[in-house]
Write a protein that binds this ligand. Structure first.
Ligand SMILES: NC(=O)c1ccc[n+]([C@@H]2O[C@H](COP(=O)([O-])OP(=O)(O)OC[C@H]3O[C@@H](n4cnc5c(N)ncnc54)[C@H](O)[C@@H]3O)[C@@H](O)[C@H]2O)c1
Length: 307
């Protein structure tokens, strides 16, 4: 087993589900759960420890910011949900201030210079950029979950709707983890067969729309996303731990791809032990490139409004 991972927000739904996914796969060496609600972090760690004998020989515990700062990968899932009278931008500003506090807390506790900051809290693309610009953290060591979850939902829902094997179904979502996310039909395939030859335009539109609404649907039905986001987080952490160079739609800083600069969003990105190896500007249909560029404009507009 390889790396240590701390999860800030580890007492919450997303953080604890990610910890459970990391435990089930048994690849990382150490998992530390950190939360302002220490009781919650203690309880989640204890519950995981109870299952250790059936899963893997890992070190699992709760801790504080000093413990979080020692990890190879610091995964941030801490966040706050929208209050009834709050606008989306109010929520963004509140999460930005919680996030800055966490970043400063990590630095105050001697965050390791080679640590990879892995951002999950929303708005994930904006907060990924904030980690880079607020801390002057190397962009290579700063990764957002981006559209990894959206891509997982998309492929899984396509497979479910058509009776295809889920692990042989491949369809990317790129751009923003949010309203402007873009489906990439040009490379979508099942078992190597192009999906455009298997799905009508109406089916494509309907299945993408269902995917886009999936986050809201799961919040409405069970309060928040858990299992799928947990395995999505584990997928990225395992690519780092195993230096597997998997190509994942994580959120990273653009440096010229499709004419985009500075903004963080998702392109197919090679992920390894050093973090981001390369975010690829692959050949796409013009409307797909336009969709991703639309995400960049939307994210830039939000960035410029931050308090
Ligand atoms: N990127 C994605 O694909 C994706 C998917 C689902 C959820 N999310 C985001 O993940 C975040 C967490 O969602 P959740 O459902 O787990 O919420 P949650 O309320 O269950 O958990 C959040 C946890 O963060 C903790 N927390 C708050 N401030 C903290 C701080 N300063 N330091 C340490 N811990 C702190 C809270 O005590 C709580 O336990 C939200 O921002 C949500 O929007 C992202």
């Amino acid at each position: 087993m390889s790396i240590s991972v701390s999860i800030i927000g580890g007492g919450g739904r997303v953080g604890s589900n990610a910890a459970f996914a990391l435990q089930c796969f048994g690849i990382v060496r150490e998992i530390t759960l950190v939360d302002v609600n220490r009781d919650l972090a203690d309880g989640e760690a204890l519950d995981l420890i109870h299952g250790a004998s059936l899963c893997a020989d890992q070190v699992i515990h709760s801790g504080d910011m000093a413990d979080a700062a020692k990890a190879d990968v610091v995964c941030i899932t801490a966040g706050s949900r929208r209050k009834p009278d709050e606008s989306r931008l109010d929520l963004i500003n509140r999460n930005v201030s919680i996030f800055k506090e966490i970043l400063e807390g990590l630095v105050a506790n001697q965050l390791r210079k080679d640590a990879i900051i892995f951002v999950v809290s929303n708005p994930v693309d904006v907060l990924t950029r904030l980690a880079i610009e607020h801390l002057q953290w190397p962009a290579q060591q700063t990764i957002g979950l981006g559209t990894v979850l959206d891509t997982a939902r998309f492929t899984s829902l396509l497979a479910e709707a058509k009776g295809w094997p889920a692990t042989q179904t491949r369809a990317l979502i790129l751009g923003e983890h949010g309203d402007t996310m873009t489906p990439i039909w040009s490379s979508a395939a099942v078992g190597g067969v192009p999906m455009t030859s298997l799905l009508s335009a109406n089916e494509q539109a309907e299945l993408f729309k269902r995917t886009q609404g999936s986050g809201a649907e799961v919040i409405r039905r069970k309060g928040g996303a858990g299992y799928a986001v947990g395995v999505s987080i584990a997928e990225v952490i395992h690519a780092i731990a195993l230096d597997s160079r998997r190509i994942l739609p994580v959120s990273t800083r653009m440096n010229g791809q499709y004419g985009m600069q500075k903004v963080c969003l998702s392109l197919p990105t090679v992920v390894g032990r050093a973090g981001v190896i390369e975010a690829k500007a692959i050949d796409l249909w013009p409307k797909e490139v336009a969709g991703i560029q639309g995400s960049a404009r939307a994210l830039e507009a939000t960035w410029s409004k931050l308090a």
